[in-house]
Design a protein around this ligand. Structure first.
Ligand code: FES
Length: 125
């Protein structure tokens, strides 16, 4: 089991290798997932305060870079609960004008994950 701690202090346990977005949903955490967990919308983004995984899917990297979000956020639909984490959820139904978080993502990561090492973030002077 992985211990998931939210910035607001809520703590819960998640089964190993469960998609992070599903662990959040199943613990009644308000989080958007507008594309249904396909690494397209980026609304499932989270900020890692501790325990950021060193690996990521190629789809996550491609989408974060395309939206100029790499180094700032991670996509919870592309992350497995493999270790303890402390995170901040960014996009919620209650802080948006939406009334629907999106279709529930499948149990397995979609698209089929191609795992890569998370590149270093270049810090510019
Ligand atoms: S990118 Fe759309 S739910 Fe994760």
């Amino acid at each position: 089991m992985a211990k998931i701690t939210l910035k607001d202090g809520r703590v819960f346990e998640a089964d190993d290798n469960k998609r992070l977005v599903l662990a959040l949903l199943d613990n009644r955490v308000d989080i958007l997932h507008r594309c249904g967990g396909h690494a397209r919308c980026t609304t499932c983004r989270v900020v890692f305060l501790e325990g950021e995984p060193d690996k990521m899917t190629a789809a996550e990297l491609e989408r974060l870079q395309a939206r100029d979000l790499f180094g700032k956020y991670r996509l919870s639909c592309q992350i497995l609960c493999e270790n303890d984490m402390r995170i901040d959820v960014i996009n919620t139904v209650s802080n948006s004008d939406l009334d629907d978080p999106g279709e529930r993502p499948a149990d397995a990561i979609t698209p089929d994950p191609v795992w890569i090492a998370k590149p270093d973030v270049l810090v510019q002077d």
